[in-house]
Design a protein around this ligand. Sequence first.
Ligand code: CP
Ligand code: NVA
Length: 310
Amino acid sequence: MQNKHLLSINDLSRSEVQSLFATAQELKSLRNKRIPHRRLEGHTLAMIFEKPSLRTRATFEIGIFQLGGQAVYFQPHDIRLGVRETVADVAHNMERWFDLIMCRVFTNQTVRTLAENSRVPVINGLCDKEHPCQALTDLFTIQEHMETLSGRTLAFIGDGNNVAHSLMLLCAKVGMDFNLACPPGYEPDPDIVMQAESIAAATGSHLRVSNDPVAMAKGADVLYADVWVSMGQEDEAQDRLKIFQPYQINQQLLNYAHPNARVMHCLPAHRGEEITDEVIDGKQSIVFDQAENRLHVQKAIMVTLLDACP
Ligand code: CP
Ligand code: NVA
């Protein structure tokens, strides 16, 4: 990879995404056949968490173990980035012990400061701006189910948040159309939309942002949900739960999508809020394939980043 860090979808070219998916497919098939694939024998991964996690923690920790390496998990109160010591000093310590650093933090600035001060690759495991590991896994999962990505439409219904940003950038990159329906005032970051539009102009992808969930869901190949209240927004919960009501993925909305549409959710799901039980448990739902694939795709990310390191 040209970039030694994975901080944003912008760090990857289209061909790097394709080769990452090929590596993920290979590692998945080795894992499923229980064939050892210790490509990172003796390597170490630091996992810094300022926020909770089930999937990200489990899949990075299991992933590095299956590759022959070892992870050390730092829970939210261990390091206290920027409080107990500076973010730069944390990076300068960690680069002496670890071969890779994965972080889940509040601000994009923290991810960038870690990367600027680290000689070893830094992976963004979610911040306020992006969730690149999630989006890469999601499109890998769509490719498994639908074979082709180019020309498909993903409709994200909900908040213009971190997950929406990474999906928008990645859809633009691989030539998928991306629709987003959100309440007024909850649109995606205009800078990210501008970046995605300039990528889309080159790949022929179409991006649409609207306040109308039905218009965005119509004919879509994928309906995608995320929570209405992201980690760190708990104070806004009362308002958000009211404002987002019309943006629930339920059977009525699913009926507008393509008859073979798949339903996706990055999880955790707040059942009865952004998605109904009927839809998330229905036959069009592939949410647990997404959860499984976090493992295979992140193993591919770790292998690829370390292969690129001198
Ligand atoms: N989707 C996701 O990143 O899950 P966790 O928050 O449980 O890691
Ligand atoms: N948008 C959600 C994603 C959780 C994986 C959050 O940031 O909490």
